[in-house]
Design a protein around this ligand. Structure first.
Ligand code: ATP
Ligand code: MG
Length: 703
């Protein structure tokens, strides 16, 4: 008889820092008091770089050391990356048991709870998640199904409808009110808009789909509408901690109240001056009203900044002092430093790029790792020129924010095939697939979908449809391919199915899909190669997942921000590389040297915000977030000649951002870029005494 292998479980790593005093010695007295706070609600409200996140890490460590079981702690952060980073820091303090803390975003946590408790809430198990683009498409389908779009001259587009819907969910204000406030030109359509929302809800329900907002709403409803469910869900955790609380919305506040209904052990940290997600329904009122919502909350304010030098703080303090309302205080630091932040004027975008790249190389030569340098900007497209130059000069970089890998059309196309296999009722993906076929447009696609719906999404309905002549061959191979894949092991590897999960199965599905799709892609794009490379990448990643469902859920919930994210499967790859990031995605991070480019009025603040005081205030806070990321060096750059583009509107753009007013500039060094050093090859050699008079010698031969 074969002997069974002996299982040797890894030992939990522990650290020697066991006595409380030494654990908290990395904190100042106010931070330490907050980290060691006993039970009950706690709010830390303090400015950038004052150690809020650090205190939260120590608090997690402290709780574990106090004997709280790590898996009964829930740590909610703004990104998955942030949670991972915090937990690995906690591990250095109290050992690997901190790895059992549940950390992640609100949405990911909501998703996990919905998978666990959904059946008790009457859900079928195999629901799928719509990302934003899919949700917009479904909204479009709901609209055309009701035949509303064609009757009105100017009716909100599907993106606008989805925006209003999402605001309705996240701000909890009536649709009428949102339209009246933000889109008065559509106010008269309120009834139709709400009918579309009704249809959208019905479609999601009958097709077993959830959008991002549902993940939060469902979590809140499970806590509020069933005592028994609430007890089970809230009973999972004894302590809930939240970072970046200023960017949560009313729905998230409701969730937290539900989660803490019995123990009230909630810690939140944040900075109202850094609230930058009002456009997604966040409200910094949440943080200001925390003491009211959680009676008896201890409130801690911190004013010492540990991140930046005093000259950098002089600039950022002045910048934020102009804010209309603000709770957190002016910051100070003991970190001296003689160099003021630079305000750099460039002639145009190319000169801006050249300056940034040259200066990065200079800092790098002086010993700053590339990973300690970041270039920040207001919107993703603003780094295009820089990206090209970095690629030319072979400087490795990673980009955060902006267009994401998974939003690329070709990646979404391939995922659509996997999705209909995972959930045959996924109408949005069917629509996407059908319109890929040559000669199949909106009308035909909707016609096929209606036929499929009528037959309860029976695969035969697609097979029996007679396509337009041009699509015949593609239709036949589509039907064959889907049939083949329905039988493949990646479907059987769903949770609960017998047999071990087959690691390569999802990747093989993608390879099979590409037999059909790669030709469509080559047909559609003039330069298919980079896109095909993206698909190779997707296929490689898929190899790590046990089933289609697991793969799709992971992608929908934790969208990687770059191909590199996907490639390593982790958030930070090993090699040293520069970070390019939107200001939004830089939140919570810090670097030795920070460049803020395109500090041009109409770009930052964005021209879209100019007409609205609240939006302008949010742009100011956003610039504050960007500039407070710097530890030792900060350079703000603005090109003088920038051209109006469709994205920037027709705002005339040759002036410095209004946020960098005279008072702010007084704390900066102005830098004007000189003409580039001449290329040695172009320079004529200096005049010299000839060594020889060749002509004379030649002439002399005959004289
Ligand atoms: P933000 O508002 O940008 O999120 P924050 O308040 O969360 O900032 P942290 O990121 O926690 O601030 O801390 C900023 C930097 O200061 C980090 O490098 C952190 O390690 C350091 N720091 C904070 N407190 C201390 C301390 N008591 N001693 C030494 N370093 C500290
Ligand atoms: Mg922080």
């Amino acid at each position: 008889m074969d002997e069974l292998p002996r299982v040797y479980p890894p030992r939990e790593r522990t650290t020697t820092a066991t006595d409380r005093a030494s654990l908290l010695s990395g904190l100042n007295p106010e931070q330490a008091a907050a980290a060691a706070h006993g039970d009950g609600p706690l709010l830390i409200i303090a400015g950038a770089g004052t150690g809020k996140t650090r205190t939260l890490v120590y608090r997690v460590a402290h709780l574990i050391e106090r004997g709280v079981s790590p898996d009964r702690i829930l740590l909610l952060t703004f990104t998955r990356r942030a949670a991972q980073e915090m937990l690995s820091r906690a591990e250095r303090l109290v050992g690997s048991s901190s790895g059992r803390v549940h950390g992640g975003t609100f949405h990911a946590t909501g998703h996990r709870l919905l998978r666990t408790f959904g059946e008790s809430a009457g859900l079928a198990r195999d629901f799928s998640i719509l990302d934003q683009g899919d949700a917009e498409d479904l909204m479009g389908l709901a609209r055309s199904h009701l035949g509303i779009a064609s009757s009105a001259k100017r009716f909100p587009k599907k993106e606008t409808l989805h925006y209003v819907y999402s605001r309705f969910i996240n701000t909890e204000r009536p649709v009428d009110f949102i339209l009246g406030e933000e889109l008065p030109q559509f106010a008269e359509y309120s009834d139709q808009v709400q009918r579309i929302f009704g249809e959208y809800e019905a479609r999601k329900a009958s097709r077993n789909l959830f959008d991002y907002d549902d993940l939060l709403s469902s979590w809140a409803l499970m806590l509020e509408k069933s005592d028994e469910l609430a007890t089970r869900i809230a009973g999972l955790y004894d302590h809930v901690l939240v970072d970046e609380y200023q960017d949560t919305n009313l729905l998230q506040a409701r969730i937290l109240r539900g989660m803490c209904r019995t123990h009230r052990n909630i810690t939140v940290v944040g900075d109202d001056a850094q609230s930058i997600y009002a456009f997604r329904g966040a409200s910094f009122r949440n943080i200001l009203e925390f003491p009211k919502q959680f009676q008896g909350a201890a409130v801690v304010a911190l004013e010492q900044n540990y991140r930046s030098t005093q000259p950098i703080l002089d600039v950022t303090n002045t910048l934020i002092s102009r804010a209309r309302e603000r709770f957190t205080k002016t910051l100070w630091t003991v970190r001296g430093g003689s160099e003021k932040p630079w305000l750099v004027t460039a002639k145009d975008e190319h000169e801006q790029t050249r300056f940034v790249v040259d200066r990065i190389l200079e800092l790098h030569e002086q010993g700053t790792p590339l990973g300690e340098i970041a270039v920040l900007f207001r919107a993703g497209y603003m780094s295009a020129d820089l990206e090209i130059e970095l690629a030319n000069r072979k400087i490795p970089f990673e980009k955060w924010g902006g267009i994401k890998f998974l939003e690329a059309a070709h990646v979404k196309d391939v995922l659509a095939f996997l999705r209909v296999l995972d959930n045959p009722r996924d109408e949005v993906s069917w629509y996407r697939i059908l319109t890929l076929l040559p000669g199949v447009g909106d009308v035909t696609a909707r016609h096929v979908i209606t036929a499929m719906l009528a037959r309860a999404w029976d695969p035969a309905a697609l097979a029996e449809f007679t396509p337009p002549a041009r699509a015949r061959a593609a239709h036949t191979s589509l039907v064959a391919m889907l049939h083949e894949l329905r039988e493949s092991p990646s479907a059987a590897a769903l949770e609960g199915a017998p047999g071990a999960p087959d690691e390569g199965a999802v990747a093989r599905d993608i390879a099979r899909i590409r037999v059909l799709y790669d030709d469509i892609l080559r047909e559609r794009y003039d330069r298919p190669d980079p896109r095909l490379a993206d698909l190779d990448q997707l296929q490689a990643i898929a190899a790590g997942f046990p089933s289609r469902g697991a793969f799709l859920s992971a992608l929908a919930l934790e969208p990687p921000s770059s191909t590199q994210d996907l490639a390593t499967g982790a958030t930070d790859s090993e090699d040293d590389h520069l970070i390019l990031s939107t200001a939004h995605s830089s939140k919570g991070k810090e670097w030795d040297a920070v460049f803020l480019i395109w500090a041009v009025d109409g770009w930052f603040p964005s021209s879209r915000a100019l007409g609205d005081d609240d939006e302008l205030e949010e742009e100011r806070r956003l610039m504050y977030v960007a500039m407070t990321r710097a530890r030792n060096a900060l350079a703000v750059v603005y090109p003088l000649n920038s051209y109006a583009t469709p994205r920037s509107g027709d705002y005339s753009i040759d002036q410095l951002s209004r946020f960098l007013d005279r008072g702010v500039r007084a704390h900066m060094d102005r830098v004007v870029l000189g003409p580039p050093a001449p290329d040695p090859a172009d320079v004529p050699p200096p005049p010299q005494q000839p060594l020889l008079d060749l002509r004379a010698l030649l002439r002399g031969r005959f004289s």
